[in-house]
Design a protein around this ligand. Structure first.
Ligand code: DCP
Ligand code: MG
Length: 369
């Protein structure tokens, strides 16, 4: 590592709140404390899904993005709680204020997680471990919530580390441990490797970092496309991505992977309407409008296509999003196809109001409430 890093070794912390929405609900409603709860849609409602669940509920196998019906089957006594996004947003601002006591290099990835570069921290504490401890303590005493921290020399390792000792964890992967840590990392834990890629890797007998390391850059790119360049570097512990405090939102979107492939136009249109609603809700939440609407379709053979349409003016209303996505869908062959995934995103926002220039990660999972 030392040889390829002429600059000073960086100190990166990744913080991720534990069972975020559920912990906030348990904090604010003491009757939920110590109980299995699900924040999300009701099991009676069509398409209700779990946004998150308390750790007590996870013992029963309940997970994010699972249908609320399934969650109820797994744990009949589970309590369903409606989400209160405004409160989560407020807590998110409070944790960011705590981070800002130590550094201005904060890159939020979502409401509950962020990267911090504390190489030169404001209070000249120097030790990233000590800073992470102080942040966790402030979150606990001031907000009555817990967070987990990962500390390392780059974003990739810090992010994976924060997940290792959840909840209330603190994991430090020092410079001399980075390479062996990645070599032993199962491929599905690699940030950016989704289920499909992980399966593909396993079929190729690639199970952990050290297996990926045996492939040349060309081979990785041949099999995994552009991501191959990233994998090549990352398995060697090289991740120079900066913590970007002002990264702007490039697109707002939602997508859904179906348990059973869609084969009829009617089914596809129903899904388009659901996904469009969600995209619309997110645009409203962040007060955004865009000029371009993109539809993504993934077929059962994993082939993926995108179709987009751009307007001269920015749009953000539900009807336009739904209609445009539907027309884009109809511009493709919808007969004799099996669709595994549909996604809609809105991009090309134009000048953002600087006051709202916050970063929101492009959402990739369908969250229906
Ligand atoms: N979320 C959601 N739908 C998902 C995943 C997450 O609505 N499919 C929301 C609810 C979570 C929040 O985002 O509380 C943060 O997501 P995390 O993945 O960090 O999950 P949690 O914080 O709930 O749990 P963990 O302790 O595993 O971080
Ligand atoms: Mg979390």
């Amino acid at each position: 590592m030392e040889t390829e890093a002429p600059n000073k070794q960086r100190k990166i912390i990744h913080i991720d709140m534990d069972a975020f929405y559920a912990s906030v609900e348990q904090r604010d409603n003491p009757i939920y404390m110590g109980k299995p709860i699900v924040v999300g849609g009701l099991p009676e409602g069509r398409g209700g899904v779990v946004a998150t669940s308390s750790y007590e509920a996870r013992k029963f196998g309940i997970r994010s993005a699972m249908s609320s019906k399934r969650a109820q089957q797994l744990c009949p006594q589970v309590i369903f709680v409606r989400p209160r996004f405004e409160v989560y947003k407020q807590v998110s601002n409070q944790i960011r204020e705590i981070f800002s006591r130590y550094t201005d290099l904060i890159e939020p990835l979502s409401l509950d997680e962020a990267y911090l570069d504390v190489t030169d921290d404001k209070l000249q504490i120097g030790s990233a471990i000590e800073i992470a401890k102080q942040i966790k303590l402030a979150i606990k005493t001031e907000l009555k919530l817990t967070a987990s921290a990962g500390i390392s020399v780059n974003k990739f390792v810090a992010k994976i580390a924060s997940d290792i000792n959840k909840p209330d964890g603190l994991t430090f992967i020092g410079p001399s441990k980075v390479e062996s840590f990645i070599e032993n990392l199962p491929v599905e834990k690699f940030h950016g490797v989704g289920k499909v890629t992980a399966e593909k890797m396993k079929k190729m007998d690639l199970h952990k970092g050290s297996d990926l390391k045996k492939l040349t850059e060309d081979e990785l790119v041949r099999h995994f496309g552009k991501a191959g360049y990233f994998y090549y570097k990352i398995v060697r512990g090289i991740d120079d991505r900066e913590v970007e405090p002002h990264r702007e939102t490039k697109s707002v979107g939602a997508e859904d992977t179906f348990q059973e492939d869609l084969t009829t136009l009617d089914e596809m249109v129903i899904e388009i309407e659901l996904i469009a609603k969600l995209v619309h809700k997110r645009l409203q939440k962040y007060n955004l409008k865009g000029r371009t609407i993109t539809l993504k379709i993934k077929y059962s053979d994993f082939k993926q296509i995108t179709r987009n349409h751009s307007f001269t003016n920015t749009i953000g209303d539900l009807e336009t999003i739904t209609e445009t996505a539907r027309q884009l869908l109809e511009s493709t062959d919808t007969t004799n196809v099996k669709i595994r995934l549909l996604g809609i995103s809105v991009s090309n926002f134009g000048e953002l109001n600087p006051k709202r220039r916050e970063h929101y990660e492009e959402a990739t999972q369908l969250k229906l409430f």
